[in-house]
Design a protein around this ligand. Structure first.
Ligand SMILES: Cc1cc2nc3c(=O)[nH]c(=O)nc-3n(C[C@H](O)[C@H](O)[C@H](O)COP(=O)(O)OP(=O)(O)OC[C@H]3O[C@@H](n4cnc5c(N)ncnc54)[C@H](O)[C@@H]3O)c2cc1C
Length: 499
């Protein structure tokens, strides 16, 4: 191991949004920081690279909001409606979608620190823009932002990653690619004294006073998926990086860390049936198909199996991938008619999409390989169940069905205007919900709930934030908030004298 004078104070494992933020926060405290990234440079950025860069934060009043997007012109400001998002609403949204199971202390920190984290990122050099096309609809002369996710990082996930790396390099964070952490090293008292890595030159022990684990969940590890999420999960497509194989979780559990959270569940969405097994760096998140609230979803037998309009898409999409995996051949079809195609997101128009178009419902079934009679019956029954009411995609409009199961609770327009379009999807896993237990300083706790000295964790690999479901845009926020806390905590700990 290296001599003490050259020792790193903080080693960060994993260079996504979380690890980069943690490294920057530790540098702010004056620590010598090494950032380890398992992937080669062209795959850097982890799942963060694949995101749309949409990030959920609480704010109160346009003054606070505009601070994050200071370049908006007067005419842009006049043309948009962005509802406030108080911390209390963010908190209750998280509790609502997680069935009240989310760790109250952790999510309170997440929501309270979300706006300060945005300001901090901005101070560091990250810029934000409005999600005009993904999170707003024009009604009358105004764009109405729905679902409390109005901003994204400039350039989406790729832009965010490129900017964070540039800032980290400028701020003096040392970065090693193709170098994975494989084992945590402890001293006699159980505190962190180093980390074993494996890089192009082989194995090496690196001395450090603290380690921050930010290496993502186990979504890209088919064995762990099957073990924890259950049979069939080895067959899910992975939406993002192939490198998040649960290493950080495994290393911490090996030295006695406590497991925490919803190990048998995950974030999974509707993803193109013919997408590759892992994310594609050029396509990014565009294999996703997120406009189903304005249409219907059927399986290959022609039957519906979820309430497409149960809630705004930001609060249902992360759990519907799991429902698709349960269907025959792990396949589903999103069906739209000509009345709503203008509402479909850009991802429906990429050349790599698996879709069919027909002038009749039966013709569409034949094109897509859906059982035709059952499909026609489903559409007839659905159309007969549609209730009158005003359609409005920016709110829960209450325009619903009556007498069918599952119901469609909002945005229920009759399926009656050709041409009809069908998009074939399967389950794409985003990230896993189970992980390590941390305290409010991002310290990793052991099985007796005591902090493991020098060990911190943040991002996808912590448990306790999300159960069964998720609020769109909270993943990047969780990484930014807890990464920043972990960086400051680890640097503070490393600066102390240890006997
Ligand atoms: C297609 C897609 C779209 C998404 N869209 C959004 C969105 O718009 N908004 C949002 O909030 N969230 C979104 N998410 C979720 C979001 O990506 C995650 O919540 C967030 O990026 C996690 O950040 P992270 O830093 O914890 O993990 P990651 O960004 O995945 O980074 C983990 C890094 O650790 C590295 N690593 C793994 N093992 C080791 C090891 N042993 N040693 C060293 N390095 C290691 C990996 O290579 C990777 O680079 C999306 C995810 C996907 C896949």
């Amino acid at each position: 191991m290296k001599a003490d004078s050259q020792e790193y104070q903080v080693v960060v494992v994993g260079a996504g949004n979380t690890g980069l933020g943690a490294a920057l926060a530790a540098r702010e405290e004056g620590a010598r920081v090494l950032l380890l990234e398992k992937a080669p440079i062209e795959w850097r950025g982890g799942n963060t690279y694949f995101t749309g860069g949409g990030i959920r934060f609480a704010f109160q009043g346009m003054e606070q909001f505009i601070k994050l997007v200071p370049d908006l012109s007067k005419s842009e400001l006049d043309s948009m409606v962005v509802p406030d998002y108080p911390t209390s609403q963010y908190y209750s949204d998280l509790m609502r979608v997680t069935e009240g199971l989310a760790d109250p202390e952790l999510i309170q920190i997440l929501v309270n620190e979300s706006y300060p984290a945005m300001l901090w990122l901005q101070r560091k050099g990250i810029r934000f823009v409005l999600q005009w096309s993904r999170q707003a609809f024009k009604i009358g002369d105004k764009y109405h932002f729905w679902g409390n996710l109005p901003l994204e990082a400039v350039g989406g996930g790729k832009g965010l990653v490129d900017d964070l790396f540039a800032i980290a390099e400028k701020d003096g964070v040392e970065i090693r690619y193709q170098t994975k952490a494989v084992r945590l090293l402890q001293n006699q008292r159980g505190g962190i004294r180093g980390v074993t890595v494996q890089g192009p030159e082989g194995f090496e022990d690196i001395a450090t006073r603290s380690v921050i684990l930010a290496s993502g969940g186990f979504e890209a590890n088919s064995e762990m998926r099957t073990r924890y999420l259950g049979p069939g999960w080895e067959l899910a497509k992975v939406r993002g990086t192939p490198y998040n194989t649960g290493d950080g979780i495994r290393m911490a559990l090996e030295i006695g860390a406590m497991s925490y959270g919803n190990w048998s569940s995950c974030h999974a969405v509707a993803w193109d049936l013919n997408a590759p097994p892992y994310g594609n760096l050029h396509i990014g998140d565009l294999y996703q198909k997120h406009s189903y609230p304005y249409g219907l979803i059927v399986n290959i037998e022609g039957k519906r199996f979820v309430d497409e309009g149960a809630d705004l898409r930001n609060y249902t999409y992360a759990r519907y991938g799991r429902e698709i995996l349960k269907q025959p051949q792990r396949a589903a079809f999103q069906i739209f008619d000509a009345k709503v195609t203008h509402l479909l997101r850009d991802e429906y128009r990429i050349p790599q999409v698996t879709k069919a178009e027909a002038s009749t419902i039966r013709g569409l079934a034949e094109e897509l390989g859906i059982a035709p009679e059952a499909f026609e019956r489903t559409i007839q029954e659905y159309n007969a169940a549609v209730q009158p009411g005003e359609f409005n995609p920016t709110v829960l409009d209450g325009k619903c069905t009556k007498g069918i199961d599952p119901p469609k609770s909002n945005w229920a327009l009759p399926m009656d205007t050709p041409p009809y379009y069908g998009f074939a999807v399967t389950c794409g896993i985003t990230f896993t919900f189970g992980g390590l237990r941390i305290d409010k300083l991002a310290h990793v706790l052991d099985t007796e709930e005591r902090p493991i000295p020098g060990l911190y964790a943040a991002g996808e690999l912590i448990g306790g934030l999300f159960y069964y479901n998720y609020t769109g845009g909270a993943g990047l926020t969780a990484g930014a908030v807890f990464g920043k806390i972990a960086g400051a905590s680890a640097a503070g700990y490393a600066a102390q004298k240890h006997g």
